[in-house]
Ligand binder design. Structure first.
Ligand code: ADP
Ligand code: ZN
Length: 695
């Protein structure tokens, strides 16, 4: 009688623990490697994934239990995917069963014989649609396709300026795979699941596309997943979790906007989709195509080391389209202008900056907007902060309103004060809680998208505006509506946060106004310059993508900042590359990625003293195993020292050598009893490898 070794969703130790179950007679031959089954486990029933089949077991006859049922007649994971799950467990120090739990959607795992019933006929709803006809590729694009077709185990970085036709290359590469009877995965950052991108793929490959993202209802997930498993749909598109879509006969993995921070999963299994895609490609022996206008330092460094191949698209694809001209405006000079009356109607008892919507809608900005309106074109205004202002200050004593649960200031919105971290809401108080002043005591400082939109409406009463941020687009449908309206030219000016920066292709946008470029620059993170430049290049890249040339006006209080210096030059590939080389050199000295490995240990709990003690104990243990090139930094309070009532401390582990880092992490996972930490010090410990944020 054969036995199955399965992973169950439980935090078993060691992390790669598989459990043996007997395969009952009626299921012999049906239960295979990769099968999804139902088993009894710890006095309950659970799903399990079969990793191995064996003729023997080390368990005694009395100990062994039997598989209860088979959930789906065919395996849900092939060997490559199972090997990938094992790698994920090892690499991210995560229990194998919980890796499977993260990779398989709940609608499938928890499905029953009834809900998982396979559709009898195919669902070729799209087959009547004529596939759209692709434009002939230009020489650079064709050369990228040839490179991808050359056999090699190395990934290919497609580095092309915004609007250079990268998506067209993905489409062609995928088409080639389909012709060979293979299928493809296309990963896009969360927000880029735009109607535009999706409809380009759907109209090119009618009936072949399955979409995966977090907002899908369970029935939709189940349908997309089963259709993919059955090979009815051969292109899986989605955010990071689409990596685990069960496409049959995988032939290509594409990661669009490979530099995007949203590829990092920030809870449970904290994987980086780029790292996983590269490993998956290696295991499954399929090419990985990484695309970006602004590659990550990590990918660029791999190119320099010869580990990743490079294809460049240095020019925009459409006819004569060129990159926009970027002009930098010094806001400090703006303050000095005589007509900039400090706004508050009453004298101030402290020096408050005269800054609001009017201030940021500078004469230059207004002139550019008027130009766009006169020509019947469209404009984007980018401001990476939502709400009315950045904070509310008391005119009497300078008191700031803080969130009661987090160590951050509350952001004024139209409806009141809001915490951007925990969602706490409060009305704007009538009197200052500190000095009790009550004659409309508060001053809004700084600017957010809400206030910007009001100012634009005031100055351009006949212009139609739309706002895109997390307040106006809480759901995917709302996001789709706003982008759709703008694409149909139902509005002249689109105002928004970084949501406007990503991948959109609006041919009539000829002007991009960067209202306050300083936001995000001072963040205590070694990647802050890289991120700022990527975001600014992305948003600038929305201008002049088609026949009309584009312009960008960038407003800042620190025009001398190196990021802006590079930005005005770095539109072409070479300057951006030079910037990355310099970045990497700086990081080399400090052993930061890509020239060092990082792990962040995050501690949090309700009592600050206990959290600190827990962090100190772990640090003391780590310090004992210090070795050459390995450093333990901290513990220190996290930059966000309190969130949702929990105090936060962190330790940063840095190593030039991955081995040392592994050794210390293993010590934590095996030698440190996390449960004891939770019991005695009431502190939770999260190990974040390849951390995307240091906050
Ligand atoms: P990217 O993904 O690099 O931003 P896209 O693939 O979206 O670029 O292309 C930008 C614009 O250029 C799109 O409108 C696209 O249809 C067009 N385009 C791309 N490749 C070609 C080509 N070879 N010939 C003509 N137009 C093209
Ligand atoms: Zn809060």
């Amino acid at each position: 009688m054969p036995f199955a070794r399965v992973a169950v969703p439980a935090p078993l130790k060691p992390l790669d623990t598989l459990l043996d179950y007997r395969i009952p007679e009626e299921l012999v031959g049906q239960v295979q490697i990769g099968s999804l089954v139902q088993v009894p486990f710890a006095r309950r029933k659970t799903w399990a994934l079969v990793f191995e089949i064996s003729e023997s077991t080390a368990l005694a006859e009395t100990q062994i239990k039997s598989i209860e049922s088979l959930k789906l007649p065919m395996p849900v994971a092939d060997r490559a995917r199972l090997e990938l799950f094992r790698w994920l467990s090892r690499h991210y120090l995560y229990p194998i069963g919980e890796v499977c739990e993260s990779a398989l959607p709940a609608a499938i795992r928890e499905g029953t014989a009834r809900t998982l019933k396979l559709p009898e006929k195919s669902f070729d709803e799209g087959s009547e649609i004529e596939a759209s006809v692709p434009p002939p590729l230009n020489e650079d694009q064709a050369s990228a396709i040839r490179q991808l077709a050359t056999p090699s185990a190395d990934p290919l970085l497609l580095w092309g300026v915004t609007g250079s036709g990268k998506t067209e290359v993905y489409l062609k590469a995928i088409e080639d795979r389909l012709h060979q009877g293979q299928s493809a995965l296309l990963l896009v950052p969360e927000i880029s699941l735009t109607p535009q991108l999706m409809s380009r793929f759907e109209s090119r490959f009618p009936g072949e596309v399955a979409t995966f993202h977090s907002a899908l209802k369970p029935t939709a997930v189940r349908k997309a997943w089963l259709e993919t498993l059955l090979g009815k749909r051969r292109i899986a598109i989605g955010a990071r979790s689409a990596l685990f879509a069960p496409v049959q006969n995988l032939g290509l993995i594409v990661l669009d906007e490979e530099h995007d921070g949203s590829y990092k999963q920030e809870d449970r299994l904290r994987y980086h989709a780029r790292a996983v895609a590269l490993e998956y490609g290696r295991i499954a022996k399929v090419p990985v195509l990484l695309g970006s206008a602004t590659p990550s330092a990590e990918s660029f460094d791999r190119v320099e080391k010869g580990l990743t191949r490079l294809a460049r698209l240095p020019r925009r694809a459409v006819g004569e389209a060129t990159l926009p001209e970027i002009q930098v405006l010094d806001l400090k000079k703006q303050i000095a202008q005589p007509n900039m009356d400090p706004r508050p109607k009453q004298p101030l008892t402290f020096q408050a900056p005269p800054i609001d919507g009017d201030f940021f809608l500078t004469a230059e900005m207004q002139r550019e907007l008027q130009n766009v309106l006169d020509q019947g074109r469209q404009a984007l205004l980018f401001l990476n902060r939502r709400g009315q202002a950045s904070q509310l200050l008391c005119r009497g004593c300078g008191h700031k309103s803080n969130c009661p649960a987090c160590e951050v200031t509350l952001t004024p919105h139209g409806k009141g004060l809001l915490c951007h971290y925990c969602g706490y809401e409060a009305p704007i108080p009538r009197e200052c809680p500190a000095c009790k002043r009550s004659d409309s005591p508060f001053l809004k400082v700084g600017i957010g998208t809400e206030a910007l939109e009001e100012a634009v409406r005031l100055h351009f009463p006949t212009a139609k505006t739309l706002r895109l941020d997390r307040d106006t687009a809480e759901t995917n449908d709302q996001l789709r509506d706003i982008l759709g309206l703008f694409a149909e030219k139902k509005a002249d000016i689109l105002i928004g946060t970084q949501m406007v920066a990503k991948g959109h292709d609006f041919p009539d946008v000829t002007f991009v106004g960067i209202v306050l470029a300083d936001i995000g620059l001072g963040v205590p993170d070694f990647r802050s310059n890289e991120r700022a430049l990527q975001l600014l290049l992305q948003v600038s890249g929305r201008a002049g993508r088609a026949i009309h040339p584009g312009r960008v006006l960038l407003q800042t209080f620190q025009p001398e900042h190196p990021v802006f210096q590079v930005l005005t030059r770095a539109q072409g590939l070479d300057d951006y590359g030079e910037f990355l080389r310099q970045e990497i050199e700086n990081r080399e000295a400090l052993a930061y990625p890509p020239r060092g490995e990082l792990a962040l240990l995050r501690f949090d709990g309700l009592e600050n003293d206990l959290v600190r003690e827990a962090a100190r104990k772990v640090a003391a243990g780590l310090n004992r195993i210090q070795s050459e090139g390995f450093r333990v930094l901290g513990p220190v309070p996290s930059p966000l020292a309190r969130l949702r009532n929990r105090y936060r401390w962190q330790i940063l582990l840095k190593s030039r050598n991955e081995e040392h880092l592994r050794k210390s992490l293993n010590w934590i996972m095996e030698g440190w009893d996390k449960q004891k930490l939770e019991r005695t010090l009431k502190t939770r410990l999260i190990v974040d490898l390849e951390p995307a944020t240091m906050m």
